[in-house]
Design a protein. Structure first.
Length: 166
């Protein structure tokens, strides 16, 4: 059994996938990709390293990061992904240069909920204003959590300058 549903809205593509016996060949996306494993275990190689995203795992893929993908076992796999154009993402987080996420998988319920809400809104073709608001909530959550090395460096500089100004 295989099911793949895609919808695109305002620079964001949402995918809901469910399969048992399917395998993605090595590929890369031009976009940032954020996903949540809903059921099963997502098994993939990213930058040559094996990754296993269990249920509720939040996955990060940087633009042009080569990976493959499949279900870990015959139990199957269900997940959602958001593919966000780099220019849209960088504008929302107020960065000019591509940032890279260090950890490919984390377990964070708040971030998971933001991804699920936005993917559901895009997949059900909610109005553009709602999708934009949910997108900004997701990016705010990412910035607050400081998941990327570039963001951490910037935060460190900002924190030091705030400290020095006191």
């Amino acid at each position: 059994m295989q099911s793949f549903t895609y919808r695109k809205m305002d620079g964001i593509t949402a995918l809901k996938a469910s399969f048992t016996d399917f395998k993605y060949k090595k590929h890369a996306h031009q976009e940032y990709a954020f996903g949540v494993t809903l059921k099963g275990i997502q098994h993939y190689y990213l930058d040559g390293n094996l990754q296993l995203s269990h249920q509720n795992g939040v996955m990060f893929f940087n633009p042009e990061q080569v990976h493959d993908g499949m279900a870990f076992n015959r139990e199957g796999l269900e997940y959602v992904m958001l593919y966000i154009e780099p220019s849209l993402f960088l504008e929302a987080i107020q960065k000019k240069d591509i940032i890279c996420f260090e950890k490919p998988i984390i377990y964070n319920n708040m971030l998971k909920q933001h991804i699920l809400k936005l993917s559901q809104a895009v997949l059900t073709e909610e109005n553009s204003a709602l999708c934009h608001e949910l997108f900004l909530q997701l990016t705010d959550c990412l910035v607050e959590q400081d998941f990327s090395s570039s963001m951490k460096k910037d935060s460190f500089v900002i924190n030091n300058s705030n400290f020095a100004a006191r």
